[in-house]
Design a protein around this ligand. Sequence first.
Ligand code: PEP
Ligand code: MN
Length: 631
Amino acid sequence: MVIVLNHGIHEKDKQKIRNFLEKKGFTIREIIGEEETILGAVGIVSIDVREVELLPGVSRVIPITKPYKLASREFKKEDTIIPVGPVRIGGQRIVVIAGPCAVESREQILETAQKVKNSGAVILRGGAYKPRTSPYSFQGLEEKGLQYLKEAGVATGMPVISEIVSTELVDMMKEYVDIMQVGTRNMQNYELLKRLGPIGKPILLKRGYAATIQELLMAAEYLLAHGAENVLFCERGIRTFETYTRNTLDISAIPIIKKLSHLPIIVDPSHATGIREKVSPMALAAIAAGADGVIVEVHPDPDNALSDGPQSLYPEQFEKLMRDIEALAPVLGKEISRLPDKSISISYRQKNKKLFHKGRLKVSFQGERGAFSEKAIYSYFDEEVDLVPCAEFRDVFNSVLKAASDIGVIPLENSLSGSIHQNFDLLLQFPDIQIIGEKKIRIIHNLITLPGAQLTDIKRVYSHPQGLAQCSHYLENFPAWEKIAYYDTAGSVAFIAKNGNKENAAIASEEAARVYNMDILKESIETNARNYTRFVVIARGDAAQVDKPEKASFVFSTLDKPGALFHVLQVLTENSINMKKLESRPIPGKPWEYMFYVDVDVPEENSRFKECVEKLKKETEEFRVLGMYRI
Ligand code: PEP
Ligand code: MN
């Protein structure tokens, strides 16, 4: 059962609840969430839940109906995010794990590691103990193989994963690997699962080739019940009557597991198909179906591989797959996970040690938990950050300026409804704030109601004006609904949740519905599915030095004379600076006078852009660079 505790419960009361349950024979797991703290109580004891409900500090008690408890969504509604070195698995990230089936030599693993890393893999795989069907096949390099694997991981900055086949190997292997892999043949090796539970390493649990989804979840329950917290599922194909492929990839297991469990699921299209040319299409299908990542076999010379050559990708094929995944990710509202040296935030942090000496970044945004800005933050930052929600956009600027947060994230424009002028104006009003990065994310709006409400119950719809504007076609079908502008999309969900009236609906993200325990009555009601919002990341000017900027934004007003704008544009042309956007805005307080906002590509030798800026200053009345940043 799940026991949701009151906000601000005293430690003493919490301890009393724990003692009460432990005495009854339950094992307790505490989860401190952003919204609420819960105790999960598991055990074979039966108890009248009212006895627990009456204890001081208990808000409500929810029985878990499934045979798997700790693995279930009932136990934890938010997705579990698993940290593995610098990589986080789950949530909005797509992780790509790649490497050979088996470590064959030091050179082979070092070469493969470098190649898959260059293409964008973030975790390195390589088997050292190979459970082969034939005892005469290559069995793996054993501990030597793990040494080489670790060396390759360290050389490339990638965490490593390898399969464990026996309980005796646990202590030795945990010194070498970052993720323990339990193979398909061992999914129900309960002694191995019990031994792995307490070791504190993430575990990738592969689905048995003849196991049901429920059996897979129960195997994960073994790991969790024995102390593991970070378990990843891996769908790797099951045995069916089909013989064309090595196994049959059960794509439907992905959305099923995502619904039943909070744990991430990775898909292995290599062992699922056994055929090289089927690996990439199935990897893409798995990601489209909601997988949190893929684990793919790649070999520098598959034709001479010691195991699973026919299903191993050539490095060039893997590179193409990575590019396809990159193109697919934004359609799904997801982000490809990258190693920190590729991430803007980390390089920015390194350049600004003075600012970021104190550990986790504090990032401010406008809105409540579940806001689209929060999603943009999670997409932009590879590392974990502390969120600083603000009521108004201006508060985000002030928070950054006064160092209450290190960084702010604000929306600047939407592909359907255009610029968010207030933020352009604020960029002008806060000359000490600079843009240091940008993130475009897909916006999917949903019609959100109280649980159990029907379309016919709705009389009012609350959302941010942008949310209402972006769903105008859908809303035209319901002329009787009152459309009420609210300060924030997620805030409107918080409002209808608190208000408790079934006549109220809200338009916001899926995350917001989840955060406030509301129902989604209709998904994806935005007028156009190609609905993207461009967010920018802002910081104080003294800290805004970005390494290798790719894009710049500036603002200017012209002299009131013929050809003034033409001359500005001419400077850009003569310096071969590519303009991405030009927009005019009235100057606040000066009727009928205009400023121009411009985005340009910054050439690789960015001194050329700096020279251009000097020339532009001469051709304009007022001129300010809002930021030079990476995209
Ligand atoms: C492997 O990943 O190397 C492997 C042997 O996979 P599976 O257990 O899925 O067959
Ligand atoms: Mn293999």
